[in-house]
Design a protein around this ligand. Structure first.
Ligand code: ANZ
Ligand code: ZN
Length: 836
C-alpha cells in the first residue's frame, strides 16, 4: 500500500475530508489578516478546459500558501452564466437556456471539485439566478438615481432577414452569422452607463496599480485614449449656421482641404430629408457592422453636399462639405476637417475623390515643397502655414489654440476615445433592465420591493428576435407611478455588468441587499486577481468603473477593485491533420518513430503548429480523462512546471508523465521516513532552509515554475542524502512545501508519516536566515596591497590558520622568496594582506 501513491483512492478521500472540516470556508469575522485570491470566474460553456485548470491551479497555490501562512483566505468560485451561447444552444438544440446553463454548471463544478481546489463553495454564485441579478438590478437603479444611467438613440447591427439585432461578434465580414444577409445599422433607444464621467479618474488610477502588468495598464490607457485638441466652428458660407469640429492637430489647419460630417450628423440628416440622393447615400453608409474596426477598415465613401464653409483664419478661403462614412457620430462633434497630407484616412479619401493634398508639416523648413506620396502623420515643423511657418508641431498647436480662444472661434479641449458604455442587449438570456415604460410617465424604475424582475421561463426560440418582446403576460404591467397600462423594458443587461461586481458579492452576500459595505471592505480590494489577457481591457475597465461608481454614490470606500493582477499564458498543443486536411484529435493519432499515424486508417498525419487548445482545431485535451489517468496532483503539477506562468504552456504527454513520476518520487521519500537514520546532516539542513526561502519568494512573485524547480532540487538533494534525523525532518517539511501544488499527495503522505490533523491546517514552514548563509567564504590574499591569490576556507576560520594558508599559497610563496614579511593584516572571512 505504501509503495505507490494512488490518486484514484486518495484524491476524493481528501476532498471529502476538507469538505467535512469546512477547511476553505472564509470567515468574514475572523481576526486573522485577510487575503482575497480570485481567478476570473468561468463562463459555463459545457466543460472545463486546460486553460481553466492552469488558471485555477495558480490561484489555488497562492490561496493554500496564504492560508498556511496564517491568513484568513477568501478564494471563491462562481459562474458568469448569462450570455449568447445559451441562446444559440436553445435555438440549435431546443433546450431552454436556463437548463443548458445549469446543466453545464453542474458538470463543470464536478470537474473543478476533482482538482481539489481550496475553494469556498458556500459562496458559489451564478449570475443567471435571481438572487444575484436581482441585486444587480438594485445597483442599476442606484446608478440610475445618481444620474449615471441614461437612455439615448444608438446604432445596432440589424439583420434584415432574421429581423433581429446582432451582437458585434455575430457579424462576420459584414453579414449576419446565421442568415448571411448584409447587416445594416439601425438606430434604437438604448441604455448607457456614464463611464466617460470617470475617464480621467480611470486613467489616473492606473498609476496606482503597481502590481499590474505594464502592458495591461498601457492597453487601458490607450483604450481611454486621452487627447488634447481644439474644438472650433466653421461658418457656413451660405450664411447662417456653423459646423463644429474637433481636431487633435490644430497645427495642420492650413492644410485643410475639406470638411467631413458623419452620415448621422444633423446637417446630413436634414439634407437627407430633402434630397433622395443624400438619403440614398446615408443608407449606403449604414450597411456593415457597428464596430469601430469595421468602420475604420471599410472602403471610404463620400458625398459632396455642395455646401461650403469659410476657413476660420481666412475669410476668402472656402472648403467643401462632404458626408463621409468614416466620421463617427459619437466622437468629438461628429465632424472634422480633412488634412490629406497628414492623416491616413483623409489621404485615402482625397485620393479617391480628387481633393487637394497640401503639405503643411515637414521634417525641416527646407523640405516645405517635398512631394507627399503618403500621409505623413508625425510631428515636424509647420510649412506653407503663414504665421506658423517654422514652428515645431507642439508650438504651432499651442499657437492656434491661443488664437482661437483669443478670437472666440474655438476652445482647447481634452477628448477621450472612451465612449459611454451601452449596456442594452436585445436578448433574452441576461438580467432584465428594471425599467417600465409608460406613455404618460416615461421610463419609470421598477419599485425596489418588486425586485427582482425575474426572467419568465416560458419562452420559445422558434422565431428570431428577443422572446421577451413577444411575451405579453410578462411585458404588460401597470405603471408604478400612474397605474395606467405600461410595458416592461425588454432589453437585458450586457453580461459585462454581471462581471463588474461579482467580486464584491463574493466578499459579502446578504439576502436583502447587494452586499454589506463593512464586510465587503474587510476583504476588498482583491489581493491577487488572475485571468486571461483577453480581459485586459473591457472587463477590467468596467469593473474598475463600477467600483468607482459605487464609491461615488457612497456605497463602497475604495477606488480600485484589484490590487494585484496577473495574466496567465495559454495552454497550447500540437495540431494534427489527416491527408484530406481535416483536423485530428490527439486521441486519433499515434507516434510511429519520428512520424505520426492516423490510428484508424493507418495513414500518415501531418503535424501542424503548436496552437491554443481549441475545439475547431481538435487539439484539446480533456482534463477529466487526464485526471482519471494520472490524478489531480500530476495535472496541477504539470500546469505549474514547464513554462513561466505568463507564457504559453505546451501540453505534452511527456510533461504530464514526468509530473506523475515526480509525485511518486515524493511519495517514496515520505515512505522512507523513520527508516533508521539518526544523527544530523548540516548540508541537508541548509538545503532545506534555502528551499523554504526560495519557494516562498517564488510563490509570492507568482513564479510557479521557479517554485516547482526549487522543489525538484530539494527532492534531488534529499534523495542523495544518507538516512539521518535531519533527512527525516526535511522530508516532513518537504511534504508541507509541496502541499499547495500537490495537496492530495501531501495529505496522504502526512497521514502516512503520522502527522497530526489535516495538513491544510499546518503552518507554513519558516526558514532560519542564518542557514541561508554559505558556510564557506572566499578570502583574498594580497601582497603589498595587490591581489595575488584567493583561499576557500570555512567561515570563521581563526587568524593564524588564515595566515598559515596565505603564506603557504604557491604564488605568494614565490613572491616572498626569502624575505620575511614586515606586517600581516588579517580581516577574518575576507582578507589577508602581506606587507613586504
Ligand atoms: C485634423 C487632422 C489633421 C486630424 C491631421 C488628424 C491628423 P484622436 O487622435 O483619435 O482623438 N476626428 C475628429 N472627429 C472625428 C469623428 N467624429 N470621427 C472620425 N474621426 C474624427 O482623433 C482625432 C482626430 O480624428 C481629429 O484630428 C480628426 O482629424 C479626427 F493631420 O483633425 B484630425
Ligand atoms: Zn405612468
Amino acid at each position: 500500500m505504501t509503495n505507490r501513491f494512488d490518486p484514484a483512492a486518495s484524491d476524493s478521500r481528501w476532498q471529502e475530508r476538507w469538505d467535512a472540516a469546512d477547511s476553505f470556508r472564509a470567515d468574514s469575522a475572523s481576526p486573522k489578516p485577510k487575503s482575497y485570491v480570485l481567478e476570473m470566474f468561468p463562463y459555463p460553456s459545457g466543460r472545463i478546459h486546460m486553460g481553466h485548470v492552469r488558471n485555477y491551479t495558480m490561484g489555488d497555490v497562492l490561496a493554500r500558501y496564504r492560508r498556511m501562512q496564517g491568513f484568513e483566505v477568501l478564494h471563491p468560485m462562481g459562474w458568469d452564466a448569462f450570455g449568447m451561447p445559451a441562446e444559440n444552444a436553445a435555438m440549435e438544440k431546443k433546450v431552454h437556456p436556463g437548463d443548458w446553463t445549469r446543466q453545464n454548471i453542474a458538470t463543470m463544478r464536478a470537474q473543478l471539485k476533482r482538482l481539489g481546489f481550496a475553494l469556498d463553495w458556500s459562496r458559489e454564485l451564478a449570475t443567471c439566478e435571481p438572487d444575484y441579478y436581482g441585486h444587480e438590478q438594485a445597483l442599476f437603479l442606484d446608478l440610475f438615481e445618481a444620474g449615471l444611467v441614461y437612455r439615448k438613440e444608438s446604432e445596432v447591427n440589424w439583420d434584415p432577414v432574421d429581423m433581429t439585432v446582432l451582437a458585434n461578434e455575430q457579424v462576420i465580414d459584414g453579414r449576419g452569422w446565421r442568415s448571411g444577409a448584409l447587416v445594416e445599422r439601425r438606430k434604437l433607444s438604448q441604455w448607457f452607463l456614464k463611464i466617460t464621467d470617470f475617464a480621467e479618474e480611470l486613467l489616473d488610477g492606473l498609476k496606482t496599480l503597481d502590481d499590474w502588468p505594464d502592458k495591461v495598464r498601457l492597453m487601458q490607457e490607450n483604450w481611454i485614449g486621452k487627447s488634447r485638441g481644439l474644438q472650433f466652428r466653421f461658418k457656413r458660407a451660405e450664411g447662417g449656421g456653423e459646423i463644429e469640429v474637433f481636431t487633435t492637430r490644430p497645427d495642420t489647419i492650413f492644410g485643410a482641404s475639406f470638411v467631413a460630417i458623419s452620415p448621422g450628423h444633423p446637417i446630413a440628416e436634414a439634407l437627407g430629408a430633402e434630397r433622395a440622393d443624400v438619403a440614398e447615400f446615408i443608407a449606403r453608409c449604414r450597411q456593415g457592422g457597428t464596430t469601430a474596426a469595421e468602420i475604420e477598415t471599410a472602403e471610404k465613401l463620400g458625398f459632396d453636399t455642395g455646401l461650403e464653409v469659410v476657413h476660420p483664419l481666412d475669410p476668402e478661403w472656402r472648403l467643401p462639405v462632404w458626408i463621409a462614412n468614416f466620421v463617427l457620430m459619437d466622437y468629438g462633434t461628429g465632424a472634422l476637417f480633412g488634412v490629406p497630407a497628414h492623416d491616413g484616412r483623409d489621404f485615402e479619401f482625397a485620393t479617391k475623390y480628387g481633393l487637394p493634398i497640401r503639405r503643411v508639416v515637414a521634417p525641416s523648413v527646407g523640405e516645405a515643397n517635398a512631394a507627399v506620396t503618403e500621409a505623413e502623420i508625425g510631428a515636424g515643423v509647420a510649412v506653407n502655414s503663414r504665421f506658423l511657418d517654422g514652428l515645431a508641431t507642439p508650438e504651432a498647436t499651442a499657437e492656434i489654440i491661443r488664437r482661437a480662444e483669443a478670437d472666440g472661434w474655438g476652445e482647447g479641449k481634452t477628448q477621450y476615445r472612451l465612449r459611454d458604455w451601452g449596456v442594452s442587449r436585445q436578448r433574452y438570456w441576461g438580467a432584465p433592465i428594471p425599467i417600465i415604460h409608460c406613455e404618460g410617465c416615461g421610463a419609470v424604475p421598477v419599485p425596489r420591493e418588486q425586485l427582482p424582475v425575474v426572467l419568465p421561463e416560458d419562452v420559445s426560440f422558434d422565431v428570431p428576435g428577443n422572446p421577451l418582446d413577444r411575451h405579453d403576460a410578462w411585458r404588460q404591467v401597470p405603471c408604478p407611478q400612474c397605474s395606467g397600462s405600461a410595458l416592461r423594458e425588454t432589453d437585458t443587461l450586457d453580461t459585462f455588468v454581471d462581471s463588474s461586481w461579482y467580486f464584491i458579492r463574493f466578499a459579502s452576500q446578504p439576502s436583502d441587499k447587494p452586499f454589506d459595505r463593512a464586510e465587503a471592505e474587510a476583504w476588498l480590494p482583491v489581493g491577487q486577481y488572475i485571468g486571461g489577457v483577453e480581459h485586459a481591457i473591457l472587463h477590467l475597465l468596467y469593473a474598475r468603473f463600477w467600483t468607482r461608481a459605487l464609491e461615488r454614490i457612497g456605497r463602497l470606500g475604495m477606488a480600485e477593485p484589484f490590487k494585484g493582477l496577473f495574466t496567465q499564458g495559454m495552454v497550447t498543443h500540437e495540431t494534427y491533420r489527416a491527408g484530406d486536411g481535416s483536423w485530428l484529435s490527439p486521441g486519433e493519432v499515434r507516434r510511429d518513430g519520428d512520424d505520426w499515424i492516423h490510428i484508424e486508417s493507418g495513414q500518415p498525419v501531418t503535424t501542424g503548429r503548436v496552437e491554443k487548445m481549441s475545439k475547431s482545431k481538435k487539439n484539446v485535451v480533456d482534463p477529466d480523462a487526464i485526471i482519471d489517468r494520472y490524478g489531480a496532483d500530476a495535472v496541477r503539477w504539470f500546469m505549474l512546471s514547464d513554462s513561466p506562468p505568463e507564457r504559453d504552456l505546451e501540453w505534452s504527454i511527456g510533461g504530464i508523465e514526468g509530473a506523475a513520476r515526480f509525485v511518486q518520487r515524493v511519495w517514496r521519500l515520505a515512505a522512507s521516513v523513520d527508516s533508521g537514520g539518526s544523527g544530523s546532516d548540516a548540508a541537508i539542513e541548509r538545503k532545506l532552509h534555502k528551499s523554504i526561502a526560495a519557494l516562498g519568494e517564488a510563490i509570492e512573485a507568482l513564479q510557479f515554475n521557479k517554485a516547482v524547480a526549487t522543489i525538484y532540487e530539494l527532492v534531488n538533494a534529499i534523495e542523495k542524502a544518507k538516512p539521518s534525523a535531519t533527512r527525516d525532518e526535511a522530508i516532513r517539511t518537504l511534504v508541507k512545501l509541496v502541499s499547495p501544488m500537490a495537496p492530495h499527495l501531501a495529505e496522504e503522505a502526512w497521514a502516512m508519516m503520522g502527522g497530526k490533523g489535516l495538513l491544510v491546517d499546518a503552518e507554513w514552514p519558516s526558514h532560519d536566515p542564518a542557514l541561508l548563509i554559505d558556510d564557506e567564504v572566499t578570502v583574498a590574499v594580497q601582497v603589498n596591497g595587490k591581489l595575488r591569490e584567493t583561499l576557500t576556507v570555512p567561515r570563521g576560520s581563526p587568524r593564524d590558520e588564515l595566515e598559515r594558508q596565505a603564506l603557504a599559497a604557491e604564488k605568494v610563496a614565490r613572491l616572498i622568496g626569502d624575505a620575511s614579511p614586515r606586517k600581516l593584516i588579517v580581516v577574518p572571512d575576507r582578507l589577508v594582506n602581506i606587507v613586504l
